[in-house]
Design a protein. Structure first.
Length: 176
């Protein structure tokens, strides 16, 4: 019996060693799979962080570039009123009104110059070909010696802020 007990113990030892090796191998594979999973998650999070930083930088740039759009849009109504007023009193014969015109014209130009320092520009219209990206046609009108779809008259000036349209020019277009 001693012999058989010894054989059984050896068999158990061999089996335990085989089981231990299989478990170690299984654990190693699990650890390797977990490591790959963590690496994949790390790379994903790193890429996501870079994308988030780029988006935040772009949003910051846009905010700096176009953040004043709303107030400038509101101030354009003031510019329009200045231009209308100047148009009404431009040809008046009264000396006091002429002096008033000169003063208002200077204020208007200074106001527009100040706005242009902050990126506001007028949309060129009269004599240009109609561009629906920058012009809004209010009417069509025949005109000799003018080409078709040429802007003939501007009813309201259009403006861009740092190359972005904030108000289209309202125009009359030639239609022959």
């Amino acid at each position: 019996m001693d012999n058989q007990t010894t054989e059984n113990e050896e068999l158990k030892t061999d089996t335990n060693e085989n089981l231990d090796e299989a478990q170690v191998e299984s654990n190693a594979e699990e650890l390797k799979a977990k490591e790959e999973d963590f690496k994949e998650k790390y790379y994903y999070l790193a890429a996501e962080m870079q994308n988030m930083q780029r988006r935040a930088e772009k949003e910051k740039d846009n905010l700096l570039k176009y953040g004043s759009e709303k107030i400038l849009r509101d101030l354009l109504e003031v510019v329009d009123n200045f231009e209308r007023t100047l148009g009404f009193i431009k040809d008046d014969k009264d000396e006091k009104v002429k002096n008033l015109y000169i003063g208002l014209d200077m204020v208007s130009k200074q106001f527009i110059d100040t706005l242009s320092k902050h990126g506001l520009k007028k949309v060129e219209a009269v004599g240009e070909e109609f561009d629906p990206n920058f012009h809004e046609a209010l009417a069509q009108q025949p005109a000799e010696d003018k080409k078709d779809m040429e802007v003939l008259q501007v009813h309201q000036e259009g403006y861009t802020l740092n190359e972005r349209l904030i108000r289209p020019a309202k125009v009359v277009v030639v239609k022959n």
